[in-house]
Ligand binder design. Sequence first.
Ligand code: G3P
Length: 215
Amino acid sequence: MKIFIDSANIADIRAAYDMGAISGVTTNPSIISRENRKFDDIIADVTEIMVDGPIFAEVLSLDAEGMIEEGKKLAAINKNIVVKIPMIPEGLKAVKALSSLGINVCVTVIFSAPQAILAANAGARYVAPFVGRLDDIGENGLDLAQEIRDIFDAQGIDTMIVAASVRHPVHVVELAKMGVDIATMPFKVIMQMAKNPNTEGAVKKFLEDWEKVPK
Ligand code: G3P
């Protein structure tokens, strides 16, 4: 399973990329808004770092015509851009139009298997179920990811599942076990995956013991 970073923070994206942890970057309007920078400047910086993987950028229009226009502009910025379209009926029209032009589209804010089936049929290259936000309302987000995985496997659908709203390392492990293609997560979760107190303790002890070796 590939790991993407769900962030528009350049320092975090750089750090995760340099660790070899990530092979893509996802953003959404909320993530962009946290940086207090112009969208164009953020995307320009991200494209300099993520030269070999997809960069997801979301449209803001709510009508198909507006989404198509925005999607074409986003796709023209860089060959790695994937256009994120929200899972609404107008969005599906835009998915069909943009994908028929050869533009890679991710259908986002997916909260049910029927939505994922429709998105795949419309031509989505990726679907993004929001795992953590289902947990937030007392449902099981991992169950949705598994359901979509099972359906896509049963039907031979090659649309990739990019699990979003991933909140902690257990989500990541469970998503990997079920064969989800990609999990996108904040830098914090990537660091939680990397760190373990036993590892840190072992490294510290090795250095302490090395001091006892005659020099
Ligand atoms: O990028 C969409 C998704 O990953 C947002 O996650 O934690 O805001 O639900 P979260």
